[in-house]
Design a protein. Structure first.
Length: 253
């Protein structure tokens, strides 16, 4: 075990993160969203800040790629392709301007935007144009370089398309796989070394694969009519948490 550990982590912390990686992947597979943000929050208590976002992205890449592979028959490839078409230039832009933006401001904007997407005036099933989907890919890819977990924002857009629960989860996993792959490429380009964290990340990815398998079986047991409500409730809860954290930070400042 010690050979897998980065020097900054104790054995107990590493074991806990491995278990959390499996649990959060199960949560995302079963509910459609939420695991990445929860994992980021837990890792933020143990992983050094300079490694937090790139290592979280690497683990999430493995988790989402596994989920996308398991649900490949349900993926909306048109949406994934348009997302990628926006995400690539977004990643190129972010690689030139990677700086630490005010976290409270970003949290406030994302939280309010998610609430509007989920609870605002409903768009038609095909209302989102190809340019809107490309813009989503570019915008969220830029943001993920600074805040790490933009899954709720991507999920809110995908939910607008009124997909069934399996198509929602599969397409969501594919879009996030693209995003996290680009994130890893950007952090490698600007000089972050994944070597010290590679072994730990691979074990967390394996745990996430098991969690995904369990979560997808739970997904089949969730009645379709309840999935939308669970999804919206979870996204709303995450958005409200962002707003609360932003408010605390702004008041402290």
């Amino acid at each position: 075990m010690s050979g897998l550990l980065p020097p900054e982590l104790a054995v107990a912390e590493a074991l806990f993160l491995i278990l959390i990686a499996g649990f959060t992947s199960m949560l995302t597979a079963a509910m459609g969203i939420g695991g990445g943000l929860l994992l980021l929050a837990v890792m933020g208590q143990m992983v050094p800040l300079n490694a937090l976002i790139p290592v979280h992205g690497l683990v999430q890449l493995g988790s989402n790629a596994n989920r996308a592979l398991m649900m490949r028959r349900h993926i909306d490839w048109r949406m994934a392709g348009l997302f990628a078409a926006g995400a690539v230039p977004g990643a190129l832009l972010a690689s030139m301007v990677v700086v630490q933006l005010p976290l409270a401001t970003i949290q406030l904007c994302i939280g309010l935007f998610i609430l509007w997407l989920v609870w605002g005036p409903k768009l038609g099933k095909h209302e989102l144009s190809r340019w809107s989907l490309m813009l989503m890919g570019g915008l969220t890819t830029v943001l993920t370089l600074f805040v790490g977990a933009t899954g709720p924002l991507v999920g809110a857009f995908i939910h607008r398309n009124s997909f069934d629960r399996f198509r929602t989860v599969g397409t969501f996993a594919t879009c996030l796989s693209i995003q996290h792959l680009l994130k890893a490429a950007v952090f490698s380009f600007i000089g972050f070394s994944f070597i010290d964290w590679l072994g730990m990340s691979l074990v967390m990815i394996a745990s996430g694969a098991l969690g995904t398998w369990i979560g997808l079986h739970l997904l089949k047991k969730i009645p379709a009519e309840r999935f939308g409500l669970i999804f919206k409730t979870l996204v709303t809860s995450l958005a409200l948490r962002m707003l609360w954290l932003a408010g605390v930070a702004l008041n402290a400042g």
